[in-house]
Design a protein around this ligand. Structure first.
Ligand code: SAH
Ligand code: SF4
Ligand code: F3S
Length: 437
């Protein structure tokens, strides 16, 4: 019996899919990359923007025909799109081919419902966002040398545009002991790089003892022998404290990559977004980081066309982007999400204006990204090897501490190994390099 998983959305979802995969394999299923062969199709959904949702509905609906041809096919929908009752009702109304629906905190119930399906017909739905955190999750890793490690679930920030707090529930931190035990067992299993996951990792520790905070967690992770690199996702600028900066400065394993979404450059818009920082505070934070870590790689997220965003507001985003010179910016068109405060606003920005602003933003950023990458030419970096390219086995790739992708030619396989490479040329998205002999 084969399972096929399609994952949409962020690293949280990728990690949840690794959990679902491990559960399915424990129940005796084998993975397949061929949809035609699958006995179970599991779709892990994302609702952060409408464009993502449209694609997901398209994929789910394409399974109707498959089930007609193969009535024994099980269709399982999990993730953020199915974490509110109304959304689930809408989904199921027209789609009789779905067997199991599990919210983001109910994935551990998958084996139970698969077993129930043997004797009863579905659909079975469980979307309990208040469910307590499940410890002892198992994951099927894609790479032997790197792993995700969830340190907290949910989000309490309620940025006014964002659906995440409604679909992932309240912020719940795992105990530091549980996290460190999992980290040690991953390292014993060959993991060299761990990415700590949470919607707002900087506020880790809410509801736990005073010592259990993000800075102390980083310091404790640093002490794990055999672990080479520590990453974390995502940081909220309002909670990125001096203690965290000090912890990173004292560390040799925490990567000098800072992903700090600023979303908008205008104070008026930041306030309407409920972000709890202003332009000046954000600017000071970035300058402070640049001061501490001159070689830091900086990335950010930006939303264009938030309700009420004027041309003037947008120009403030543009000028902050130009001034701070990020290595990379993930830019999004504002997408109204039902149930969020911003979606109710009657000053929505027309789609054509949003698109035009996005293009201007991307144009500026692409120039900066290229300039930043070109500045790396001639320098040598330690890469963590990610293995040979699918199209050309002579070419391998790896990532710098700053998470930049470099391709290089090599005969030996450097997957999961640290290797020095000198950058020889650069374009906007990646670089070429030469192995240092
Ligand atoms: N917790 C993380 C990630 C949230 S989702 C954080 O706070 O950074 C990732 C990004 O999607 C956000 O940073 C934001 O830029 C974007 N995003 C979230 N909701 C959106 C919406 N309704 N429309 C457009 N972009 C959105
Ligand atoms: Fe969404 Fe804001 Fe929470 Fe990030 S911090 S997940 S943008 S509500
Ligand atoms: Fe999407 Fe859920 Fe992540 S809405 S971005 S998969 S937290």
């Amino acid at each position: 019996m084969y399972y096929y998983i399609r994952t949409f959305g962020c690293q949280m979802n990728q990690h949840d899919s690794q959990f679902a995969a491990a559960l399915l394999e424990k129940s005796g299923y084998e993975p397949t990359a061929n949809l035609d062969e699958a006995d179970i199709v599991l779709v892990n959904t994302c609702s952060v923007r409408e464009s993502a949702e449209k694609k997901i509905f398209g994929f789910i609906d394409s399974l109707i025909l498959r089930k007609r041809i193969k009535p024994s096919l099980r269709v399982v929908i999990i993730g953020c799109m199915v974490s509110a009752e109304e959304a689930v009702d809408n989904l199921l109304k027209k789609r009789k081919h779905i067997d199991i629906v599990l919210g983001t905190r109910s994935i551990h119930r998958l084996p139970h419902y698969l077993e129930l399906l043997e004797s009863e017909s579905g659909p079975f739905v469980e979307i309990d966002l208040d469910h307590e955190v499940v410890e002892g999750r198992i994951h099927k890793r894609e790479d032997f040398y790197r792993a995700f490690l969830t340190i907290m679930y949910g989000c309490d920030n309620f940025c006014s545009y964002c659906i995440v707090p409604y679909v992932r529930g309240r912020e719940t931190s795992r105990s530091m002991n549980d996290i460190l035990a999992e980290a040690r067992s991953l390292v014993a299993d060959g993991v060299k790089e761990i990415t700590l996951l949470g919607q707002n990792v900087n506020s880790y520790g809410k509801g736990l003892s005073e010592e259990e905070n993000f800075a102390n967690l980083l310091l404790a992770m640093e002490k794990i022998d055999g672990l080479e690199r520590i990453r974390y996702m995502t940081s909220h600028p309002k909670d990125f404290s001096e203690e965290i900066i000090d912890a990173i400065a004292s560390s040799s394993k925490i990567c000098r990559h800072f992903h700090l979404p600023f979303q908008a450059g205008s104070d008026r818009i930041l306030k309407a977004m409920n972000r709890h920082y202003n332009r000046e505070k954000y600017r000071d934070l970035i300058l402070n980081i640049k001061n501490h870590f001159p070689d830091a790689v900086l990335t950010t997220d930006i939303i264009v066309g938030f309700p009420g965003e004027s041309e003037e507001d947008f120009c403030e985003t543009l000028s902050l982007l130009k001034e701070l010179e990020f290595d990379l910016a993930y830019t999004f068109l504002y997408s109204p999400r039902r149930g969020t405060p911003a979606a109710e606003s009657d000053s929505q920005v027309p789609q054509s204006v949003k698109k035009e602003r996005l293009l201007r933003l991307m144009d500026v950023q692409n120039g900066i990204s290229l300039k930043k990458n070109k500045a790396m030419v001639g320098k040598t970096y330690m890469l963590l090897g990610e293995g040979p390219s699918r199209t050309d086995p002579k070419v391998q790739s790896g990532r710098t501490d700053g998470n930049k992708l470099v391709h290089f030619e090599a005969k030996e396989d450097y997957t999961g190994k640290l290797v020095p490479v000198t950058v020889t040329s650069a374009n906007t998205w990646s670089m070429r390099g030469q192995l240092l002999k």
